[in-house]
Design a protein around this ligand. Structure first.
Ligand code: DHB
Ligand code: FE
Length: 281
């Protein structure tokens, strides 16, 4: 059966993608230094497929049509044109068999995902891939994208996100074959890009979140959407996507790497890497 090998929480700030594509010198050197060790660990895991829980930024969806949860079930996902042309990164190859297995597993359990058989993916998905894999000519893994609405209220609750992740974790454990799966929760950390609190950063909250996402996700799942917006900012509330990732892992996981850098662009950037091979369920 397939196995969840590791989980990652990764910011998706566009400027972070630029920093990680570079040679590690210049103004980006500090964040490069903090984040680069994870790439080595990721390479050693020999993952086959990565499920990326991300939000779309009005690239493939819009306020006219915005699923609460949507899963990609395509053979490939092209980088989206966000207004300046598509990011110069590879087309992500899909793992459509795993996508359909997840769809057929979690919808009957009560998680009514929308299914996208065509989906262009924006920085919400591609920047975390750059952080984890650098700038190769082809991504070394297949992808299953899972979009979450963190843009238009009401967004799904932290508890619902953790529960969806748990359903995904159970589904992976019943997928025939030996697929080595990574799960990536994207977004955050604290930031607010608009309104009177634009520039809001809450390092104390972020550091608590980085610790609890590993050891105490059930406590994070008790946060309301209002709590999340107050603490992490209106855009920082996208951290609920890390809870989908965490739900797919078991208890007694091992933190391998945790890093935090303020600011990248207007945002607190975080990265956590979790080994699920020590987990119990
Ligand atoms: C920034 C952060 C985001 O989460 C995003 O989607 C776009 C931009 C930023 O800090 O620049
Ligand atoms: Fe964002």
């Amino acid at each position: 059966m397939a196995e969840v090998i590791a989980g990652f929480g990764v910011s998706h700030i566009p400027a972070l993608g630029v920093a990680m594509e570079g040679d590690g010198t210049g103004p980006a050197a500090a964040v490069f230094e903090k984040f680069a060790p994870v790439r080595e660990w990721v390479r050693s895991l020999e993952l086959d497929t990565v499920i990326v829980i991300y939000n779309d930024h009005a690239s493939s969806f819009s306020l006219e049509l915005l699923p609460t949860f949507a899963i990609g079930a395509a053979e490939a996902y092209a980088p989206a044109d966000e207004g300046y042309g598509a990011r110069n990164v590879p087309v992500a190859q899909g793992d459509a068999d795993l996508s359909w297995h997840l769809i057929e597993s979690v919808i009957p359990e009560g998680f009514d995902l929308a299914v996208a058989q065509k989906l262009d993916v924006d920085h919400g998905l591609t920047v975390p891939l750059t952080v984890l894999f650098g700038a190769p000519p082809e991504w070394p893994v297949k992808i299953v994208p899972l979009e979450v609405n963190v843009v238009q209220q009401p967004t799904p609750s932290a508890q619902r996100c953790l529960d969806l992740g748990a359903a995904i974790g159970r589904a992976i454990a019943s997928f025939p074959g030996g697929t080595r799966v990574g799960v990536v929760g994207t977004g955050g950390m604290s930031h607010q890009l608009q309104g009177r609190r634009a520039g809001h950063i809450n390092s104390e909250f972020d550091r608590m979140f980085l610790t609890d996402i590993v050891d105490n996700p059930r406590r994070l799942a008790k946060l309301s959407n209002t709590d999340l917006i107050q603490e992490a900012g209106s855009e920082g509330a996208e951290l609920v996507m890390w809870l989908v990732m965490r739900g797919a892992l078991g208890d007694n996981v091992t933190e391998v790497h945790s890093a935090y850098h303020v600011p990248v662009s207007n945002t607190a950037a975080g990265l956590v890497a979790i080994d699920n091979r020590t987990a119990t369920r």
